[in-house]
Design a protein around this ligand. Structure first.
Ligand code: AMP
Length: 143
């Protein structure tokens, strides 16, 4: 598959953005949406998406990235305040060989805790009810 300009409007994140599929929402504005990753690699793993469609970073418009990164920073700061992790990993994958599994641009915010390894990527589904209180704590810490 080519790495860019092959956006599929039926991808799961497009369906979340249209309201066709649910998510555990943390934050939304006109340009971006943040919700809990349902296969979290650590406690508090969340995703930030631009609403504008692009396959990944390579075919995103610069103005889309300019709207996305301030939300990534705000959510990372909220995670820091709410969950007090020892570190925060920010990651983003382009192409399935690089680890991309959903083909609508998104950024992972993954809290890291001293002595704890990450769970496997996109592997173990969380109990949604454990994600809701985490989402609320993070949302309350957004400044
Ligand atoms: P990537 O592999 O970078 O494309 O990341 C996609 C991420 O989306 C993975 O971490 C998955 O766990 C996560 N994911 C897949 N489906 C959903 C969903 N319906 N709601 C929330 N997160 C999801």
């Amino acid at each position: 598959m080519p790495l860019r300009n092959v956006y599929d409007p039926d991808n799961i994140f497009a369906k979340i953005l249209s309201g066709e599929m649910p998510c555990v929402k943390i934050y939304e504005d006109d340009e971006t949406l943040a919700f809990m990753d349902i296969f979290p690699q650590s406690k508090g793993h969340l995703l930030v998406l631009p609403k504008a469609p692009s396959h990944n970073l390579l075919d995103a418009k610069p103005e889309t990235l300019a709207k996305l990164m301030p939300t990534v920073q705000r959510l990372a700061q909220a995670v820091e305040t709410a969950l007090k992790p020892d570190g925060i990993q920010i990651s983003q994958f382009n192409g399935s060989v690089a680890g991309q599994t959903v083909f609508h641009l998104h950024v992972h915010i993954i809290p890291r805790y001293e002595g704890e390894d990450l769970d496997r990527h996109a592997a173990m589904p969380a109990d949604i009810e454990t994600l809701r209180p985490l989402a609320e704590r993070i949302a309350k810490a957004i400044s």
